[in-house]
Design a binder for this molecule. Structure first.
Ligand code: THU
Length: 132
């Protein structure tokens, strides 16, 4: 799947974001190595810390459907420039990425930028760190 097609899915999903507190809608789309696509939006809560980002909801849904490794992920928000995944989401994206080169496609109203997950999160904490 083309990056632009995956980003379009993320943008479409953003319309379903539940963000009455921040009013900042985010959509995410993950392409998995089995060819499946999972979508996510940010879902906030009156108990603010329970809100979950679009990227993590997309990954969770994909794992439920049997996804193992991320081939690429797109994230979109209605911003000038591009939206950047938060630090927590970078950690979760890294955990499920096939390798450090997995593209993170970041889009907004005016721009698109693509960066490898290994660049967004160098020296990641990984499952192998638990074995040290
Ligand atoms: N948010 C995401 O869903 N993904 C990001 O990459 C950045 C931030 C959400 C969390 C919260 O619901 C709202 O955007 C404002 O931070």
């Amino acid at each position: 799947m083309q990056d632009s097609a995956l980003l379009a899915k993320a943008m479409g999903a953003a319309a379903n974001a539940y963000c009455p507190y921040s009013k900042f809608s985010v959509g995410a789309a993950v392409l998995w190595d089995d060819g499946s696509v999972s979508l996510g939006v940010n879902v906030e809560n009156a108990s603010y810390p329970l809100g979950v980002c679009a990227e993590r909801n997309a990954i969770t849904g994909g794992v439920v459907a049997g996804g193992k490794k991320i081939t690429k992920i797109a994230v979109w928000a209605a911003v000038e420039g591009t939206v950047a995944p938060c630090g927590g989401c970078r950690q979760v994206i890294h955990e499920f990425s096939a390798n450090d080169s997995v593209p993170v496609i970041m889009g907004g109203n005016t721009d698109v930028a693509t960066t490898a997950i290994g660049q967004l999160l160098p020296d990641a904490f990984t499952p192998s760190d638990l074995e040290k």
